[in-house]
Design a protein around this ligand. Structure first.
Ligand code: ACO
Length: 466
């Protein structure tokens, strides 16, 4: 059959294609060839649609569950080079930001694209510091949770509830409303996070202290007791600020994609960010650092490390805090956390888990099993140990992650809304079910006797005061 070549619509990528910047595909069902433009190392999914077996054919789609090889947007915020272990925000290496910047400055950089000038930074810090209080009704809303409610569930509900307090945030095209939403989210999420911890502990909520810096204020809202003023150890406040910088953004991960996907419907930013909190709640996203602590405790002593690694190699165990979908080299964030550990342990009680973690890392990196699979420590390998040193309980680890990630979510939400190609997120599917069946009245239906429903009843949790 004679090969007929069709060309992808060059207008869809904004310019004409040259022979070398294109992909030629032949549909073996029809023998037809098509030339698809390549831009930035990608072809457009919609360019596949012209590939049809007949006029009434829908056209070819790409199938990519979990989006493992699909770019869903163009973004200028965060760049990860997983092979080389590089992370940059707006072009600035994470190492320089952690050493020389502060979390609030990095939040500004992520959202507005440039490092702030002195007056811009002063205004930004002032605005965030002066929006940390939440409406008293939010406090009462939190009081309605069960005493043992998971803090992440409370945060999720609290962020969603904020949207009802700021209905003008629905005007997502209004620059002033957007700015206020960015400020309020970054300022109030730590307050909600600390309230969720105090609620679990049965302690009174602590109001924000405007004299304290961002991380200091969070520690005060978490741990203040009867003292007139809580003054955290500056080494611990700095370590927490660095952890906040490290977690501020990580391009199109699960929760960021959730924020963009939900935000693409035009919903207000509080509701979109609540979707991000929900995604982060899942154990495959936040939460591996808690598993690392459990693993180190089970190993118990450095003498047991070789035996543990043997079990990992026999696939009886997983080396938690090692490996990453994107990083196939040392996660740069893990290296930075390591550098701050000594500082933290100077200010806190020594934790013998550090010694086990360091020796475990050393032995794993000397072992061909791990190096050949490009398994290196990720950000979670050491972060749980630091949180534990700060006396933050494991249930709060993901909540602490959500505090800085709010800045990334807001930045990505704003970028998505300014994108001229923005459309409501709406993936396609490959339908695998029945078609064209006629409805049968219930009395005429036949089938297995099995009743679909939950298994045997589980015992109920005791209720407060029971
Ligand atoms: N321990 C032992 N072996 C591992 C580990 C590990 N932690 N991670 C991967 N491997 C092995 C796999 O068994 C596989 O071996 P094989 O090729 O012989 O079958 C190989 O390395 C490749 O692993 P994949 O599972 O294909 O890697 P993937 O990219 O799908 O998974 C993940 C990445 C989920 C992070 C994985 O490395 C893992 O489970 N790590 C432990 C959990 C963890 O630390 N998660 C936190 C990630 S950081 C974050 O989310 C903030």
């Amino acid at each position: 059959m004679a090969t007929e070549q069709q060309t992808g619509d060059a207008a869809t990528d904004g310019g004409p294609t040259t022979g070398s910047e294109s992909l030629t595909v032949t549909d073996n069902r029809t023998g037809q060839s098509y030339e698809l433009p390549i831009t930035d190392g990608t072809v457009r999914g919609m360019d596949l649609r012209q590939i049809k077996v007949s006029e009434d054919d829908f056209g070819l789609m790409s199938y990519d569950p979990a989006f493992t090889n699909t770019a869903a947007c163009r973004s200028a915020i965060t760049d990860i080079d997983g092979e080389r272990g590089i992370l940059q925000h707006r072009g600035y290496p994470i190492e320089q930001l952690c050493e020389r910047s502060s979390f609030l400055e990095v939040a500004y950089l992520l959202i507005f694209g440039e490092l702030p000038t002195g007056p811009q930074l002063d205004r930004w810090v002032y605005d965030i510091t002066h929006h940390t209080f939440v409406h008293e009704d939010i406090k009462q809303f939190f009081e309605g949770f069960r005493y043992d409610a998971h803090p992440m569930g409370m945060l999720l509900a609290g962020v969603g509830a904020l949207s009802t307090f700021y209905p003008d945030a629905k005007q997502i095209g209004d620059p002033e409303e957007r700015y206020m939403a960015a400020v309020r989210l970054i300022a109030k999420v730590p307050t909600l996070a600390a309230f969720s911890y105090r609620h679990n502990m049965g302690l009174p909520y602590v109001y924000p202290d405007n004299d304290l810096a961002f991380a200091e204020n969070f520690l005060s809202m978490m741990f203040k007791k009867t003292e007139a003023k809580y003054n955290p150890d500056p080494r611990l406040a700095r370590a927490l600020d660095v952890l906040f910088i490290l977690h501020a953004d990580h391009e199109q991960n699960c929760s960021t994609s959730a924020v963009r996907g939900v935000g693409s419907s035009g919903v207000d930013p509080y509701s979109a960010v609540a979707a991000g909190v929900a995604a982060l709640y899942g154990p495959l996203h936040g939460g591996a650092n808690e598993a690392v602590l459990g693993m180190l405790r089970r190993i118990e002593s450095v003498d047991n490390i070789p035996g543990f690694l043997e079990r990992v190699k026999n696939r009886e165990e997983k080396l938690m805090g090692f490996g990453h979908r994107v990083y196939k080299n040392y996660d740069p964030r893990a290296r930075i956390i390591q550098q701050h550990m000594d500082e933290v342990f100077e200010a806190t009680e020594y934790n013998s888990l550090v010694e086990i973690a360091r020796e475990l890392e050393k032995q794993a990196l000397d072992d061909e099993y791990f190096t050949s699979r490009k398994l290196y420590p990720n950000v979670d390998f050491y972060s749980g140990i630091i949180y534990e040193a700060l006396e933050i309980p494991p249930g709060m680890f993901t909540v602490i992650f959500a505090i800085p990630r709010t800045a990334g979510w807001v930045a990505q939400w704003m970028e998505m809304n300014d994108d001229l190609e923005k459309k409501i997120s709406r993936p396609r599917q490959i339908y695998t079910g029945h078609r064209d069946r006629d409805y049968v009245p219930v009395v005429e239906r036949e089938g297995p006797e099995k009743i679909v429903g939950p298994p045997a009843r589980r015992p109920k949790r005791p209720r407060r005061g029971a």
